[in-house]
Design a protein around this ligand. Sequence first.
Ligand code: SAH
Length: 365
Amino acid sequence: MTLPVLDSASEPTPAPVDDARRHLLDVSQQELTQWLVEQGQPAFRAKQIIHWVFQRRVTDFDQMSDLPKSLRQQLAESFRILVTRQSAATESSDGTDKLLVSLPDGGEVECVLLRDGTRRSICISSQVGCAMGCVFCASGLDGVDRNLTTGEILEQMLLLQSRLGEGERLSHIVMMGMGEPLANLDRVLGALDVARSSDGLGISPRRITISTVGLPPAIDRLANSGVPYNLAVSLHAPNDELRSELVPINQKIGIDAVLDAADRYFDSSGRRLTFEYVLLGDVNDSDESARQLVKLLRHRRVLLNVIPYNPVTGLPYVTPSKRSIANFRQILESGGVNVKFRQRKGSDIDAACGQLRRNRASSEK
Ligand code: SAH
């Protein structure tokens, strides 16, 4: 399969890998402030720089016109603003843009911009590959290479933001791209700190969702961070036997421990929980599965997001029939579960996580 490669000519050329300058987006505001003070600059310059990069979308220090010229030069000698490169972009007819992003060490991740009414949501990756091994997912088929840095996570947000036209503004972030965000929690939280700060992207944590396979100790750490992010837990099965088959990490954890951690997150954050359930034809879409789900979720204040499977080349799973989807929905609704059936967006551009990278890799072989 060939994918259209857009805009590559207009992309800034990334600095070579042996460039000794630091990645600006990997430097916390506190560290940047300290560096500025060491250069004899007032601390408020850090806010100015962050504002230029995230709000004014400037990627060259020289354009930061309210900084002294000598400081702009010093900054350019010490820091790089962008280290990644957009290696492919696909645009779906429904307004979904998907980018393949090349990292300085040659790794690749995906990120997506979704347009829905006035909503502009971005779906961001947290790792190169994934170690969780969910059997239906394209991201983890080759395991995990490494965690993304805070700067690499932020850079995806900037690349997607730069695709917005006049009058469009980023409104929501979902950490639902490649990787398991709770397996790279510190870097993810560092990036989200910038995303929600008023000099950064200014997006309220109520509009930021972290999606997890369900790692209880990390869910507790997230709760302790005290920031009320939305938590989405990928459940995909109503019992341990089936869940361990679909989500192998479950063998070591178990549904009860995942639900207990989710309940604790709800207690401490006050945020309604979301559970995700990828509906796989003839695998987890039976009446019995729906009834078991009702039992698990009926007494919890949750939203169940059911996502009809987005087929992955080479994997044996299929999207359920319309009839089966309607039947599943009917059992959950009459059982009193608050359920939403998510529309598939961008399926014509491989928008399910990990698919673009994979299809590119196989078309290049
Ligand atoms: N590791 C995290 C976040 C990344 S996956 C997690 O497990 O939640 C984000 C969501 O997309 C998960 O619910 C995942 O199961 C789902 N997903 C993965 N591949 C899919 C596919 N081919 N079709 C539909 N949903 C998929």
